[in-house]
Unconditional design. Structure first.
Length: 310
C-alpha cells in the first residue's frame, strides 16, 4: 500500500536539500560578491518566493529557476539584499513562468497584464482595430520562444512596462497604416498582369473589385483578420500559429478555412450587388474571381493589410 503524500513532499522546498542552495544560485547568476554562508540571503530569497507563490498559486515555478531569474536581473555592484530590494519579485515570478513555458503563467500574463493594457490604451481614444493588431503583435513578440519578455528588468511594475510596450507597438501600427498604399496600384495590378481573365475584370470593374475585397476584409472579425495575416501575410505555418494563439493545430486549420471562406464569400456577394452586369456576366465573373483569388490570396492580403483600415 502506497504511503500518503506528506506535506513536505508536496512543498516546493523538498528539492532544496541544503539550506544555502538558493543563495548560491542567486549569487552565481548575479555576479554579486557575497558569502554563501550568509543565511540572511537564502532566507530572504525564500520569503520572496513564498510571497510570489502565494500571490499566484496557479503558477508553478521551480525555486532555483526563480532565484536564478532574479539574480540575472540584479545589480552586481550592490550588496545582495539591497539588490533584491530593487526588484519587483512578484512580477518577475510571472515573467519567469512565461519564459519557462508555464501555461498558467501565460494565462495570468494575458489576463492580468495584456488585457488591462489593451483596455487602458483603447480608453485613450485609439482605434480599436489598431489596438487589437498591436496587442496581437506584442503578444507574439513577448511570449513566443525567446521572446522579449526576458527584457523586463523587474525594477518598475510589469503592468506599466507592458502598457509602455503596447503604446510603442500601437504607434508602430499607426505609422505603418499612414504609410500604406492603396490596393489598386499594387497587388491587383500584379495579378491582372499575370492572368488574362482577371485583367479583363480589372479593366471593366477595377474600382468595384478593389473596394469589394477591402470591404470584405474589414468585415471580418479581429480574430479572422489576425489568423489570415499570420498565415498568408507573415507566412507562418499552422504549427507556429498554434503556438502563438495557444490552440491546437486542428483549431488553427479550421479558423483559417473559416476566415478565408468568409472573406471570399463576402467579396463575391458584394461584387454581385455592386456590378452593373447581366446575370450571365456576373455568374462568369464570380467563377473567375473565386478560382483566381484562392491562389492569389497572399498577394491581395499583403497589400490590403498594408492599406488604410478604418
Amino acid at each position: 500500500m502506497l504511503r500518503p503524500e506528506t506535506a513536505a513532499a508536496r512543498s516546493p522546498w523538498s528539492r532544496i536539500a541544503r539550506v544555502r542552495e538558493l543563495a548560491r544560485e542567486f549569487l552565481d547568476a548575479s555576479g554579486i560578491a557575497g558569502a554563501v554562508e550568509d543565511d540572511t540571503v537564502d532566507a530572504r530569497l525564500r520569503v520572496l518566493f513564498d510571497e510570489a507563490r502565494t500571490s499566484f498559486p496557479a503558477i508553478v515555478v521551480d525555486p532555483c529557476a526563480f532565484v536564478r531569474y532574479l539574480g540575472e536581473r540584479a545589480k552586481p555592484q550592490l550588496p545582495a539584499l539591497a539588490s533584491m530590494a530593487e526588484l519587483r519579485s512578484n512580477d518577475l515570478y510571472v515573467a519567469c513562468a512565461c519564459v519557462h513555458g508555464d501555461l498558467n503563467g501565460m494565462a495570468t500574463f494575458e489576463h492580468d497584464y495584456l488585457r488591462p493594457a489593451g483596455a487602458a490604451v483603447a480608453r485613450s481614444g485609439a482605434d480599436r482595430q489598431d489596438v487589437d493588431d498591436a496587442l496581437q503583435l506584442l503578444r507574439e513578440k513577448l511570449l513566443v520562444a525567446g521572446g522579449r519578455l526576458r527584457e523586463y528588468s523587474g525594477r518598475g511594475s510589469l503592468a506599466g512596462w507592458v502598457r509602455v510596450s503596447l503604446a510603442r507597438q500601437l504607434a508602430s501600427v499607426q505609422r505603418s497604416r499612414r504609410r500604406r498604399v492603396p490596393l489598386e496600384p499594387n497587388a491587383a495590378d500584379q495579378l491582372a498582369a499575370s492572368d488574362p481573365d482577371l485583367a479583363m475584370i480589372r479593366r471593366r470593374y477595377g474600382d468595384v473589385f478593389q473596394s469589394a475585397f477591402q470591404d470584405a476584409f474589414r468585415g471580418l472579425t479581429p480574430a479572422q483578420r489576425n489568423v489570415l495575416r499570420l498565415n498568408f501575410v507573415d507566412g507562418l505555418n499552422l504549427d507556429r500559429i498554434a503556438v502563438i494563439l495557444k490552440v491546437s493545430r486542428a483549431t488553427v486549420g479550421r479558423r483559417v478555412l473559416e476566415a478565408r471562406t468568409a472573406l471570399l464569400d463576402t467579396m463575391l456577394a458584394l461584387l454581385g450587388e455592386r456590378l452593373r452586369a447581366s446575370p450571365s456576366e456576373i455568374e462568369s465573373l464570380l467563377a473567375v474571381v473565386r478560382s483566381t483569388l484562392y491562389g492569389s490570396l497572399a498577394e491581395l492580403l499583403q497589400s490590403t493589410t498594408s492599406a488604410k483600415q478604418p
